[in-house]
Design a protein around this ligand. Structure first.
Ligand SMILES: [Zn+2]
Length: 147
């Protein structure tokens, strides 16, 4: 048995323990960005919904509008979910593993819900939302009998 394991805190020189939380100023700034994007998406959806814009391409135009609306809807959902997390106080953390996302990432994508590793895994799975990570294995045989 080896005793006296030396744990050296390499470059971890933070005065407070745990992941850095966003300051009020940073949160306010990100909130403004989210509000802005939300407004933009709502405008976009309103414009797409507006009837009576006959284009020379007819049905092809409709198809483009439909795909644009789908994208705008998805983006709006992400933005509103982020705003809800802000209210709850869980904003800035990965919804999967709870890791702090970091200001750098949030400044690029304020509505980000997942950290990079989780996002990549999600994309690789091709299925949004958390699934049960069941790994195939041998069935457990229970030979015990109570008696
Ligand atoms: Zn994560």
């Amino acid at each position: 048995m080896a005793t006296g394991t030396m744990w050296t805190p390499t470059t971890w020189t933070s005065e407070s323990t745990g992941p850095r939380t966003l300051t009020a100023t940073e949160l306010a700034q990100l909130r403004m960005m989210l509000d802005e994007q939300r407004g933009f998406r709502l405008e976009q959806l309103a414009a797409l919904r507006r009837p009576g814009t006959p284009g020379p391409l007819g049905s092809a135009d409709d198809e483009i509008s439909a795909s644009l609306a789908t994208g705008a809807h998805a983006a709006l959902g992400d933005i509103e979910a982020a705003l809800r997390r802000m209210v709850r106080g869980t904003y800035g953390r990965c919804t999967e593993c709870g890791t702090a996302l970091g200001l750098e990432r949030l400044e690029i994508l304020p509505q980000a819900a997942l950290c990079m590793p989780c996002q990549r895994r999600d994309a690789a799975d091709g299925q949004p939302g958390g699934g049960t990570g069941s790994v195939g294995g041998a069935p457990v045989r229970d030979t015990r009998t109570g008696g």
